[in-house]
Design a protein around this ligand. Structure first.
Ligand SMILES: *Cc1c(COP(=O)(O)O)cnc(C)c1O
Length: 367
C-alpha cells in the first residue's frame, strides 16, 4: 500500500443517492450530471455506476467521448453544446444530445443536413449566462422544429440561485419557464440539485410533464452525497457522501517552543509540541488555501492544520502527548469530517473541493 493521498469512492452511496433523488418525485426522469471528472469522483467509473440513469450529462465533448470510448451507451447530454461543425458531426456520431444556447449554434444546426439529433433549446430565465431570452424562444423553437438535423426537441433552463431558499429568483425563473412550456409538447428539463431538493412545491406546475415522463431534472452534486445548500449537510437531506479523501501520517517531529513549521515559517509553536506530517498537498487537491486550524481526522481525533499546505504534504499539530505513529490513516474529508464543513474553513464550496481532487492518485472504488 502506498502512503500517498487517495479518494475512496462508495458505489453504494452514489446508487443510494440516485434512488433518494429520483424517489422524491415519482415519474421524474434523471439526467445525472457528471461533468468535471464526475465532480472529482472519476468520470468513467461513475458513468458505469449511473448507467441506469435516464441520461448522463457532461460539459465538454471530450468527456462524452471518454464515456463512449469506455463502451457505455447511456444517453449523454452535452451541456455546453458544440462550437464547430466538426464537433457537431462528432456529437451526431457519438449519439449525444446537445444543448443549443446561442444563435451560432442554431445556425450551425440549420446548415448541417439531415440527422436525428436530440437538441435541447436552453432558455435564459434570469441567470444571464447561457440561453436564448424568453422573448426569442418561440422563434427558436420553430426553427429547430423545422431543422433537418433535429429529430427530437426539448426545452431547458437553469437556476441561478436555487440554493438560497429565501431568494424569490427561483420562483421568477419557474414562472418564466412554465409560461413557455404551456404550448410545448416535448420534454423539458430544469432543476439542479438545489432546485430539485429545495423547490419541489414550486415545481408542481410541471406535474403534467412529470406524469407523462417528460420532466427531466439535472442533479449533480447531490448524487455524490454533498448538500447544495449552505449550512446544511448531505446527510441531513438523506444523502450519503460518496467520497472519502484520505492520506497517511508519514513523519513526526518534536519541536521546541518558538520553532517554525513549513514554507515561509508561517506557523510558530507557542510551546513544545509534536508535528505530524500528512501525505496530502495541493498536488493531490488539498488546497493551498486551507487555513491554519482546519481539522484533519487522525485515528478518529481531530487535529489542526498548521503551516502552509505544500504540494505533496501538509502538517498538523499533534500536541505534546501525541501517540500517533507513522502509517496511521488520516482523513482530509469523509466519515466524521463532512466536506461541507471543510469547505467553510477554506472559504469555498464543497463542489470545488471534490472537483479539485487531482488525477495523481487513483480513485479506489468500493461497494
Ligand atoms: C452543473 C450543472 C447542473 C448540476 O448542478 P448541481 O448543483 O451540481 O446539482 C445542472 N445543470 C446544468 C446546466 C449544470 O451546468
Amino acid at each position: 500500500m502506498s502512503f500517498g493521498a487517495r479518494a475512496r469512492i462508495s458505489r453504494g452511496a452514489i446508487q443510494h443517492n440516485l434512488q433518494i433523488i429520483a424517489g422524491q418525485s415519482p415519474g421524474v426522469r434523471v439526467i445525472a450530471v457528471i461533468k468535471a471528472n464526475a465532480y472529482g469522483h472519476g468520470l468513467v467509473d461513475v458513468a458505469r455506476i449511473l448507467a441506469e440513469a435516464d441520461c448522463l450529462a457532461v460539459a465538454r465533448l471530450s468527456e462524452a467521448q471518454e464515456i463512449r470510448g469506455a463502451g457505455i451507451d447511456t444517453p449523454i447530454l452535452l451541456l455546453s453544446g458544440v462550437t464547430s461543425s466538426t464537433e457537431l458531426a462528432a456529437a451526431v456520431d457519438k449519439k449525444l444530445q446537445i444543448c443549443v444556447h446561442n444563435e451560432p449554434q442554431l445556425a450551425m444546426l440549420e446548415q448541417f443536413g439531415a440527422a436525428d439529433l436530440f437538441a435541447w433549446l436552453e432558455i435564459d430565465t434570469g441567470m444571464n449566462r447561457l440561453g436564448f431570452p424568453p422573448a426569442a424562444a418561440q422563434a427558436a423553437i420553430r426553427r429547430l422544429e423545422n431543422c433537418a438535423a433535429v429529430g427530437k426537441l426539448g426545452l431547458m433552463t437553469h437556476f441561478a440561485n436555487a440554493d438560497n431558499i429565501e431568494d424569490p429568483m427561483t420562483r421568477v425563473q419557474i414562472a418564466a419557464f412554465s409560461a413557455l412550456c404551456g404550448k410545448f409538447d416535448g420534454p423539458i428539463s430544469l432543476a439542479n440539485s438545489a432546485g430539485h431538493l429545495g423547490w419541489s412545491q414550486e415545481l408542481k406546475v410541471f406535474d403534467a410533464f412529470r406524469h407523462s415522463g417528460r420532466l427531466f431534472i439535472r442533479p449533480g452534486i447531490s448524487l455524490f452525497g454533498v448538500s447544495p445548500f449552505p449550512g446544511k449537510l448531505g446527510a441531513e437531506l438523506g444523502l450519503r457522501p460518496a467520497m472519502q479523501f484520505e492520506a497517511h501520517l508519514v513523519a513526526l517531529r518534536s519541536i521546541a517552543a518558538g520553532a517554525r513549521v513549513g514554507y515561509g515559517g508561517t506557523w510558530q509553536a507557542e510551546q513544545g509540541t509534536t508535528i505530524g506530517v500528512i501525505s496530502a498537498g495541493y498536488g493531490d487537491g488539498y488546497s493551498y488555501f486551507m487555513p491554519e486550524g482546519t481539522p484533519i481526522l487522525l485515528n478518529g481525533r481531530r487535529v489542526p492544520l498548521v503551516g502552509r499546505v505544500s504540494m505533496d504534504l501538509c502538517t498538523v499539530d499533534l500536541g505534546s502527548d501525541a501517540r500517533e505513529k507513522i502509517g496511521d490513516p488520516a482523513i482530509l474529508w469523509g466519515a466524521g469530517l463532512p466536506v461541507e464543513e471543510i469547505a467553510q474553513y477554506a472559504r469555498t464550496i464543497a463542489y470545488q473541493l471534490v472537483c479539485g481532487v487531482t488525477k495523481r492518485e487513483k480513485r479506489k472504488f468500493e461497494d
